[in-house]
Design a protein around this ligand. Structure first.
Ligand code: ATP
Length: 308
C-alpha cells in the first residue's frame, strides 16, 4: 500500500537565509505513529508545518494522501488535522462552539452527532458547554485535538503534544493518541522527550540541524537498547588476550588491564558465566566489574554529536 505521506528531498530556507530543512526524504505509512525527535531548533516544526501546508518548501515535494501540498493544497489540507504547539482557544467560547466553528471553516455542515462523538472520544462530553477558560491545561489540549479532528482527517499532526503538560497528563495524552491510531488515524508528532517517543511511537525519526539522521522502528531501537557493555578491570595487566576470551568477543584495552564485552542482554543465554569460567581457568584475577545499558538517549546523543 502506498505511503500516506511522501516527503521527497524536502528543503526549506527561510527568508532570513537560515536553512531549516536539508534534503529530507521520508515515507509515512498508513496507521502508524511516527515521532520526530530532535533538540530545540532542529527543524521538527518546520517539517510538520511543510506537511500541513503552512510553510512553503524551497525545494523537493510532499504528497499527502496522494495530493501535492502545493498544487493540490486544498485536498491535502483536508486530509490533515494539525494541533499546534501553543494552546490557542477563544477563552469565552465552549468546546462545543469551538468545534462547531472549526467544521464551518472547512465548509462542512453542522453535525451535532459528529461533534458529540468527537467530544466523547476525548472524554470532553461533560465539559462541552463549559467555557474554555474553565478547563484544565490537559482538557484545553484535548479541545485542540478535538478541533483538529472534527473534519475527520486521516492524518493528525501533533507539534509537541506534551509541551507544558505535567507527567500524569502526559500519560493521558499518550493514551488518547494511541486510541486515535487504533481508530485508523495516522499520527505524526514532534517531541524532544525521548521518553515520549519511546512510549508512543511505532517509528522514530531523529532530526538534527535540519537533517533526518535516522528513521527506525521503535522495536529495532529497543533491540539496540538491549545492548549491554560489560567492563572488567583486572588485578594486574596481562600481556595478551587469551584466545578463549577473544572467541567470546572480549576485547583488551591498550592499558592491557581492562576488558570489554558488548552483548545482547535480551538473548536467551548470557556470555558472562563462560567469561568468568575462562578467567578463572586462565588464573586471571579481576578487581572490579560493571555493566552499562545503552539507551535511546545514548543513541540519540551519539547521532546528534556525530552529525554536528
Ligand atoms: P523546537 O523544538 O524548539 O520547537 P524545532 O525542531 O521545531 O524546534 P523549528 O521551529 O523547525 O525547530 O526551527 C528550525 C530552525 O529554523 C530554527 O533555527 C529556527 O530559528 C528557524 N526558523 C523557524 N521559523 C523561522 C522563520 N519563520 N524565519 C526564520 N527562521 C525560522
Amino acid at each position: 500500500m502506498p505511503s500516506i505521506v511522501s516527503i521527497k528531498n524536502l528543503s526549506k530556507t527561510y527568508a532570513s537565509g537560515h536553512q531549516a530543512l536539508k534534503n529530507v526524504s521520508l515515507e509515512i505509512e498508513r496507521g502508524e505513529i511516527l515521532a520526530l525527535l530532535g533538540p530545540n531548533g532542529a527543524g521538527k516544526t518546520t517539517l510538520i508545518s511543510a506537511v500541513c501546508g503552512i510553510v512553503r518548501p524551497t525545494g523537493g515535494s510532499v504528497t499527502v494522501d496522494g495530493h501535492d501540498i502545493v498544487k493540490g493544497w486544498r485536498q491535502a489540507r483536508r486530509a490533515i488535522g494539525l494541533v499546534p504547539q501553543e494552546i490557542a482557544l477563544e477563552i469565552f467560547e465552549t468546546p462545543w462552539n469551538t468545534i462547531k466553528m472549526s467544521r464551518g471553516l472547512f465548509g462542512l455542515k453542522h453535525d451535532a452527532a459528529k461533534i458529540e462523538s468527537v467530544l466523547r472520544s476525548l472524554s470532553l462530553w461533560d465539559k462541552a458547554h463549559d467555557k474554555n477558560m474553565a478547563l484544565s491545561g490537559g482538557m484545553k489540549r484535548r479541545v485542540m485535538i478535538a478541533r483538529a479532528l472534527v473534519h475527520e482527517p486521516r492524518i493528525l499532526c501533533l507539534d509537541e503534544p506534551s509541551a507544558g503538560v505535567d507527567v500524569e497528563l502526559r500519560q493521558d495524552m499518550w493514551e488518547v493518541v494511541k486510541k486515535l491510531r487504533d481508530d485508523g488515524v495516522t499520527i505524526i508528532l514532534t517531541t524532544h522527550y525521548i521518553e515520549e517517543a519511546e512510549a508512543m511511537a511505532d517509528r522514530v525519526g531523529i532530526i538534527n540541524n535540519g537533517e533526518l539522521v535516522l528513521v527506525e522502528d521503535k522495536a529495532s531501537l529497543m533491540k539496540k537498547l538491549g545492548q549491554k557493555r560489560l567492563f572488567i578491570e583486572l588485578d594486574a595487566p596481562i600481556s595478551a588476550l587469551p584466545p578463549k576470551l577473544a572467541k567470546l568477543g572480549v576485547t583488551l584495552a591498550d592499558d592491557q588491564r581492562n576488558l570489554q564485552l558488548v552483548y545482547d542482554s535480551e538473548a536467551a543465554t548470557s556470555p558472562i558465566p563462560d567469561l568468568i569460567a575462562v578467567l578463572s581457568a586462565e588464573g586471571i584475577a579481576l578487581r572490579d566489574l560493571r555493566t552499562e545499558q545503552s539507551s535511546l538517549e545514548d543513541i540519540f546523543v551519539s547521532l546528534v554529536r556525530r552529525a554536528a
